[in-house]
Every structure is written in structure tokens, then in C-alpha cells.
Design a binder for this molecule. Structure first.
Ligand code: BTN
Length: 255
């Protein structure tokens, strides 16, 4: 049994990831593992690939968890966090189709409900930043397909409790053997087997089928000519098998 992680709750901050990183630096790295910072509002919330993450005050779970990383675990951390978040979302919306889209977006019925931003502080420590749309109304979400727990008919739950639950689950998950963790993630990541459109950071796109995950969490995609590509960064749209229209999902907060 572990001690329960400590949760620090703030009215507002610039970004919970930045706040926790500053605390870690100010304390020379001497902070308890799985220490979690949660806030009602971020003035400069950050998303993947340098984007902003914006949510009206009091509408979202905005949390960052300090994670001790073993060298062999750390590349899988963003996906492991995705597993923990998708489990939590599924528990709040038991009758809904919750999916983990590579690298770590959580979707409900194809709409983004959560985004995750992991940042490595040192070889031994990382921060897992998690945004989950909780109470947003449709007009408080971005125009891309996005949803919230409330819009899906889920309950209103204390943000501190949700953050504690995520930190405790991550504490358990991160302890399992990396090979088992990889297998568990492959089983849970709904991108695998899907036709996908990959938007690469360089601005080009690639269409194909997602076939497997590398040991470091990179996505192996077979393009339409049968050539395989290893994708380490980018956005994925799941394509319907028989249609050409992509179900594009880029941001869960408002950018
Ligand atoms: C994404 O682009 O999908 C990732 C979004 C991650 C947002 C969360 S909100 C809490 C934490 N603090 C931040 O500044 N970002 C992450």
C-alpha cells in the first residue's frame, strides 16, 4: 500500500505544469513523489506542440502530477497517463464509448474530453499535466469536436478528488513491468488498427493504418503503398473505414 499522494489546490496559477516545475526547482528536487497541483483557472495553460490550453474558470480539471520516472518507463509515461485518464473518464461515463487516441487524447464518442502534456524535468522526474473538460457547455468548447463530462450526462465531482484519484492510479500503474505496461497500452490505445491521417509537425500529412506501438511509445503506421513509418510526434485523426471524412480532433480546451 502507498501513502495517498499530496494534493495542493490553488485558486489560479499560470499553468499547473509550470507551477509544479518551479516548486520542484525551488526545493532542489526534494518533493514527494506524485505530489499533485490542481487549480480552478490557468492564465497560460499549455498544450502539446506549443499550443495554448484555455478553459473558463471552474469548468475543468487542471492538474499536474510529479512522477518519478525509471529510464525504461519514461517514454511510455504519456500513454500510461492516457490509460489512467481514460479509466477515470469511463468510470464517470460508464455507458459511453471512451477511447485513448495516440499519443494521449481521450475521446468520448469521437470528441475530445481530455488532453495530456508530459514534461521531463530530469532523467528521474517528469510532470504529467492533465486537462479534463468537466462542466463546459457547448459554447465554452472549441469548434473542433470536443465535449465535457457534463455534456455527456456525467456527474459533478470534486476536482481535488479527481486529481487525487488520478495520482493514486498513476502511482500504481507506473510500478508495473515496462513490457506489461507496453502490452496494456497497446490493448487500450484505440488508434491501433484504425485508418489514420497523421499531421506531422513539419506540416505534411500521411495516410495509412496504425499497426503497432514501438517500445518507446512511437506509433508504427503503414502508408497506402505498404511503407512503414515510425511517428514520434504529431496529430492523428481516426478515419472512418469506408468514408474519407476524417474525425479531426485537435484541442479539448479552447485555443
Ligand atoms: C493537449 O494539447 O492536448 C494537452 C493539454 C494539456 C493541458 C493540461 S491542463 C493542466 C496542465 N497544465 C498545463 O499548462 N497544461 C496541462
Amino acid at each position: 500500500m502507498h501513502d495517498l499522494p499530496l494534493v495542493i489546490s490553488l485558486d489560479h496559477t499560470s499553468s499547473t505544469n509550470s507551477h509544479l516545475a518551479n516548486m520542484w526547482r525551488n526545493e532542489d528536487g526534494q518533493l514527494p513523489p506524485f505530489l499533485t497541483v490542481v487549480t480552478d483557472f490557468q492564465g497560460s495553460g499549455r498544450g502539446r506542440l506549443g499550443r495554448e490550453w484555455v478553459a473558463p474558470a471552474g469548468t475543468s480539471l487542471l492538474a499536474s502530477i510529479l512522477v518519478p520516472t525509471k529510464v525504461d518507463h519514461s517514454p511510455l509515461l504519456p500513454l500510461a497517463v492516457g490509460v489512467v485518464v481514460s479509466d477515470l473518464v469511463q468510470s464517470l461515463l460508464p455507458s459511453k464509448d471512451v477511447q485513448l487516441k495516440w499519443p494521449n487524447d481521450v475521446l468520448v464518442a469521437g470528441k475530445k474530453i481530455s488532453g495530456i502534456l508530459c514534461e521531463q524535468l530530469s532523467p528521474e522526474w517528469a510532470i504529467a499535466g492533465i486537462g479534463i473538460n468537466l462542466l463546459q457547455t457547448a459554447d465554452q468548447l472549441p469548434p473542433v469536436p470536443a465535449t465535457s463530462i457534463a455534456l455527456e450526462g456525467g456527474p459533478a465531482v470534486s476536482r481535488d478528488l479527481l486529481a487525487l484519484s488520478l495520482a493514486a492510479s498513476l502511482q500504481d500503474l507506473i510500478e508495473i513491468d515496462p513490457v506489461e505496461l507496453h502490452a496494456l497500452i497497446e490493448h487500450r490505445c484505440s488508434t491501433l488498427g484504425h485508418r489514420v491521417l497523421v499531421s506531422l509537425p513539419v506540416g505534411t500529412t500521411l495516410e495509412g493504418r496504425a499497426i503497432s506501438l514501438e517500445s518507446d511509445g512511437a506509433l508504427r503506421v503503414e502508408d497506402l503503398t505498404g511503407t512503414e513509418h515510425i511517428i514520434r510526434a504529431g496529430d492523428i485523426a481516426h478515419l472512418r473505414t469506408s468514408a474519407t471524412a476524417p474525425q479531426l480532433t485537435t484541442q479539448g480546451g479552447r485555443s
